[in-house]
Design a protein around this ligand. Structure first.
Ligand SMILES: [Zn+2]
Length: 482
């Protein structure tokens, strides 16, 4: 199993503090809840339960950091999910399923006035959130933990520099072309920038640097944002005081495609120039080398291959919203999956299996289990993409495990032609269904629903038929059936 983030060690200190608050408190003290320095206003306040554990409303927190939350009434289950990770929590059960693996929580999830509350520590450990308790204001500060994925990034040194700031950000400016200028007072040294995916971004941290008084007044400690239009890769610049231990200013460059940066220090300024970044893409050192048996190059003609077609999302999880009114990703995913199945039904050497045959919610874990129990030979997940920039367009094919790369290449060759959209290539990403399955598995992002022309194509019946034919041609070529 891939853990989302390392366990945060200061949690025990935090809970001691909370316990204190709980006991000493007159009824008036209700911890306030901040996420990235913005006050959250949940309909139910965080609660301190037995043994001093704090539980917080999960929907507001999860959705604020880009997870979806799905409530299953009959089974009294909450599913917190993105396309890469999935957490399944049963009400009044202290065992959670994190990417299909059992995790013991301090105290079970509970429902209060229709809201699910789960232990703060579990959120910290499993949703990539850093938790800071401010005793003066009796507040919980949650920070989305942007964990560096670049192995060359010199992450927090074991001995933190003494507290206190050495510099203050005075302004962050976009030059309208290819550069960002960071102005500061005092001393500010940038750490090695690192890249993050989903969404793509580059993060640059400045330890021991806070906001100047003017910036602090302007944003009341919150995140500043500069939207960028017309740049090839840069879509937005964000900056914030990301951490208080030590005080760290953070610049985040939101991207529409892979890019890199070059830093040029000056006097009380740092210039950040965008580059194409092809040489600095970090490679994932944790890639498992999974020696799954390759598909037999000379199959007997009577062999029947089980191929799982996985229509992404469904039911209460609609996926990405289309720029076309009332259209959602789940409809496209299912429509194309059904067309692929109909074509595969005509192939005597292929048995297609739908992990989601209709508009119902299916957990990621159940999709993986479905493929395993059906002894699938291949797994193909169908999705459509979205981007804040409406001019981003094109088709992508994803794989994660090395044993899936060849399948991804063959499928993409056909599929990119089949969609007729811009070819964005074959990419590697840790999506849950292609990571946790055990057979060659790919995930198609057919096009961008945030783009009008892509959307029109994806919801066109004729275009879907072409895409389905292309997928089938790819599957047959990979299985050497054509
Ligand atoms: Zn999707």
């Amino acid at each position: 199993m891939k853990k989302f983030v390392p366990v945060l060690l200061f949690m025990s200190v935090l809970f001691t503090l909370f316990a204190g608050v709980g006991q000493a408190a007159s009824a008036a003290v209700v911890p306030k809840l901040y996420l990235n320095d913005q006050l959250l206003k949940p309909t139910v306040d965080p609660q301190i339960v037995q043994k001093g554990y704090t539980i917080v409303p999960i929907r507001l927190v999860s959705e604020s950091i880009g997870y979806k939350v799905t409530w299953m009434e009959e089974s009294q289950t909450v599913i917190i999910h993105s396309e890469t990770d999935e957490i399944i929590l049963k009400i009044n059960d202290s065992i959670a399923l994190v990417n299909n693996e059992k995790v013991q929580m301090d105290t079970p999830a509970v429902v209060l006035k229709g809201n699910t509350l789960i232990p703060l520590r579990f959120i910290g450990d499993n949703l990539g959130i850093k938790v800071v308790w401010n005793n003066d204001s009796k507040s919980v500060y949650l920070y989305k933990d942007d964990k560096p994925v670049d192995p060359t990034d010199p992450s927090t040194p074991p001995t933190d520099p003494p507290p206190g700031t050495t510099g203050k950000l005075t302004s962050v400016l976009y030059d309208g072309m290819n550069g960002i200028v960071v102005n500061y007072e005092g001393t500010a040294t940038a750490k090695t920038p690192f890249k993050l995916d989903n969404p793509k971004r580059i993060v640059i941290d400045f330890p021991n640097v806070g906001y100047s008084d003017e910036l602090a007044a302007q944003f009341s400690g919150a995140e500043g944002k500069i939207p960028v239009t017309g740049h090839a890769t840069l879509t937005q610049i964000r900056y914030s005081v990301f951490s208080n231990s030590p005080t760290t200013a953070r610049i985040v460059l939101d991207l529409s495609a892979d890019a890199g940066v070059e830093l040029t220090p000056g006097t009380n300024e740092l210039r950040i120039s965008m580059t194409d970044g092809t040489t600095t893409t970090p490679t994932d050192p944790t890639t498992p080398t999974d020696p799954t048996t390759p598909v037999d190059p000379n199959p007997p003609t009577n062999k029947v291959y089980n191929v799982v077609i996985d229509a992404g999302h469904g039911g209460t999880d609609p996926g990405a919203k289309s720029i076309l009114t009332g259209k959602w990703e789940k409809e496209f995913n299912l429509a194309l999956s059904l067309k692929v199945k109909a074509l595969l039904d005509k192939e005597k050497n292929i048995k297609p299996l739908l992990s989601r045959p209709d508009d119902n919610f299916v957990t990621l874990a159940n999709r993986v289990t479905f493929a395993k129990t059906n002894k699938a030979d291949l797994f193909l997940s169908i999705h459509a993409n979205s981007n804040p920039k409406s001019d981003v367009t094109g088709s992508e094919t994803y794989y994660y495990r090395e044993d899936s790369k060849a399948f991804a290449n063959v499928i993409h060759k056909h599929f990119a032609k089949g969609t007729g959209l811009k070819d964005r290539g074959v990419k590697k990403e840790s999506f849950h269904v292609i990571r946790e399955t055990t057979m060659p598995a790919v995930l198609l992002e057919a096009g961008f629903l945030s783009n009008l022309s892509d959307s029109n194509t994806l919801f066109s019946d004729a275009a879907q038929t072409k895409m389905a034919q292309a997928i089938v041609a790819g599957i047959k070529e990979y299985l050497k059936l054509s």
